[in-house]
Write a new protein. Structure first.
Length: 414
């Protein structure tokens, strides 16, 4: 079969994602060993740059299949970055799904003055950054590369997104914390910037340095998608109660209102979510359309039927003494530890606590309920005794039958 002409290979590459084009170009690269050179004499001589293309403003490994990105090694990453001259051409680098690298393959980015954004979270936007197993991305490998970029006077860095495991490790790696401090110093040395919406002077967007916080190690007032910065005085376009830049509790990124709608939990808690991360926990009331976060779902769910309601439609009653919680419907069922709120004294108690703490309340309604519960408990115990007596009689009959069979067996053996 004759070799494919170079023009044909270029046409084929046009149908590939940018990173796939680079991998294709590397695959047909001139061999390195003399033995490969002999075997490659019949291969077409194709310009690798024409195959890979030249527009490398954004290099996002999320553009290729997730399974392929997960198999890429540091050597593969290094070859791609060198082949496209990433240090001079790439402005935004996202290592989406590259969960098999330590970071040594990023070495060619040292002292880059063109790169503006590096996303090391290893996950797609609107996805939780918590990965299991923990990826091998190493501070030892990556931090020196980042600091070589930060230390360059002409660097163009605007935004960094770090792995979840680095930000929530206890104790925090001192090398990582030091890089955050140096990044903040670099941003402060650039001086104030202008809010994109109101044009006010605002402080430079810096990394949050409060250890243990949910947003520790993230860059405030800067959108993680467009890297534009906004002041907190400006409200979101679609919700005047929210600022133009907000932090999503799930994917742990800041978004501006232009790049992602930010939604507040329907239970009016303080948690905010981008529209791609909002958990769709719907209120169990058929007349309510509210959705709320997982924390509110757990806090407001009936422990029997597992349904949950928003604050306005809340149908659950919590026991005053224990953690028992049940909805009105489940509290009407027999055979469960029901929670009931007294109309007279206002105390809400489950059946067990009502009986256990019967001496601590003088309420007549509670005393009446306690009597009813004790009668039910007494009847239940009597039924259990009757059942045990019946079971005991059956065992005795079985024992007599076994003895009779043993006696017959001895007689037969004689």
């Amino acid at each position: 079969m004759p070799p494919a002409p170079s023009r044909l290979l270029e046409e084929v590459a046009n149908y590939l994602a940018p990173i796939s084009r680079a991998l294709f170009a590397i695959a047909i690269a001139p061999p390195s060993s003399p033995y490969d050179i002999i075997l490659a004499r019949c291969r077409p001589r194709v310009s690798r740059s024409s195959i890979a293309g030249s527009d490398w403003h954004t290099l996002d490994f999320g553009d290729i299949e997730k399974e392929l990105a997960a198999k890429l090694t540091d050597d593969d990453i290094s070859k791609i970055l060198l082949h496209i001259d990433a240090a001079q051409k790439v402005k935004r680098l996202r290592l989406t799904n590259c969960i098999n690298i330590s970071g040594s393959g990023l070495a060619s980015l040292r002292h880059s003055i063109s790169i503006e954004q590096i996303d090391l979270s290893l996950v797609e936007a609107h996805r939780s950054p918590i990965l299991d197993p923990v990826p091998p991305l190493s501070c030892d490998q990556v931090v020196p590369i980042l600091e070589s970029i930060i230390s360059h006077e002409r660097n163009s860095l605007k935004h960094l997104q770090f792995p979840h495991v680095w930000r929530h490790k206890e104790p925090v790696d001192p090398r990582f914390f030091g890089s955050l401090q140096r990044y903040n110093e670099m941003m402060e040395n650039r001086g104030p910037i202008h809010c994109l919406k109101c044009n006010r002077n605002i402080y430079s967007p810096c990394m949050e340095l409060c250890e243990g916080g949910r947003d520790f190690g993230t860059q405030d007032i800067t959108c993680s998608v467009c890297t534009n910065s906004y002041c907190y005085r400006c409200s979101a376009d679609d919700d005047h109660h929210l600022c133009s830049v907000q932090f999503c509790e799930t994917c742990e990124r800041f978004y501006c209102s232009k790049c992602s709608t930010i939604v507040q939990c329907g239970n009016n808690c303080d948690d905010l979510y981008c529209v791609g991360c909002l958990p769709h926990n719907k209120c169990a009331s058929p007349h309510c359309l509210r959705t709320f976060c997982n924390s509110c779902r757990l806090n407001r769910a009936c422990l029997k039927c597992k349904k949950s309601w928003c604050n306005d439609c809340s149908d659950c009653i919590d026991c005053y003494y224990c953690a028992e919680r049940s909805c009105v419907k489940c509290s009407e069922k027999d055979g469960v530890n029901r929670v009931h709120e007294c109309d007279d004294c206002g105390r809400a108690l489950c059946d067990r606590c009502q009986v256990k703490r019967r001496q601590s309340c003088d309420c007549k309604s509670c005393a009446k309920r306690t009597s009813s519960l004790l009668l039910k408990e007494n009847k239940k115990l009597q039924d259990e005794i009757k059942s045990l007596k019946h079971e005991n009689k059956e065992l005795k009959d079985e024992n007599k039958e076994m003895r009779r069979n043993m006696d017959l067996a001895r007689m037969f053996l004689r």
